[in-house]
Design a protein around this ligand. Structure first.
Ligand code: SF4
Length: 185
């Protein structure tokens, strides 16, 4: 009999978790969610997204690991110094997830980030693969974008908090100045 494989799922918020969790369950993964997102500015926005994730995880009985660190200065410095801000952001979050998976003895990890049509999928794939290789765990990449509309439907019907911009203060500015809107949902 096949035994479900354990997978640590980097999770940015409740709405993105809905369909990603459903799809990975269909593949028979046993999922633990992991919240590490110091790129979400400001603090209150981080709290809203974390609360939506907690509520969803509770309702589905999903174990949730939370990294309570919020190194704002370090994160902003990293984003300012990076050649490509979004790549550095994925690298940071997926490296932390791979490290935590290795610490917990969970051999697979993945992310909810790939449900968004606003994110660069090749960046996610590359950052996840490198993080996995460094930590001896397997990055399970799936392109979940076809389920994006479904995530909007489920989260809207459930009255979940939905983010108005990707996360960092730069994306918040760009969203409201209507320059571009990575991660806007
Ligand atoms: S736009 Fe989104 S992915 Fe890019 S750096 Fe900001 S929070 Fe990270």
């Amino acid at each position: 009999m096949k035994t479900a494989e354990h997978l640590l799922l980097h999770s940015c918020c409740g709405p993105c978790m809905t369909v990603v969790h459903e799809q990975l369950k269909l593949e028979d993964f046993n999922i633990t969610a992991f919240f590490y997102n110091p790129n979400i500015h400001p603090w209150k926005e981080r709290e809203r997204r974390l609360q939506s994730l907690k509520d969803y995880a509770d309702s589905k009985g999903i174990p949730l690991e939370i990294d309570e660190e919020y190194p704002l200065e370090k994160n902003i410095r990293m984003l300012l110094d990076a050649d490509n801000r979004c790549y550095a952001c994925f690298e940071d979050r997926l490296s932390a997830t791979a490290e935590r998976a290795a610490e917990l003895g969970i051999m697979n990890f993945s992310t909810t980030l790939s449900v968004s049509p606003y994110q660069n999928q090749s960046f996610i794939q590359s950052a996840g693969k490198i993080a996995g290789e460094k930590n001896g765990v397997r990055f399970v990449y799936r392109d979940f974008r076809e389920f994006y509309r479904e995530s909007i439907r489920i989260s809207s019907e459930a009255g979940m908090y939905r983010q108005p911009y990707c996360g960092c203060v730069f994306s918040e500015r760009d969203r409201y100045l209507r320059l571009k809107s990575p991660g806007q949902i």
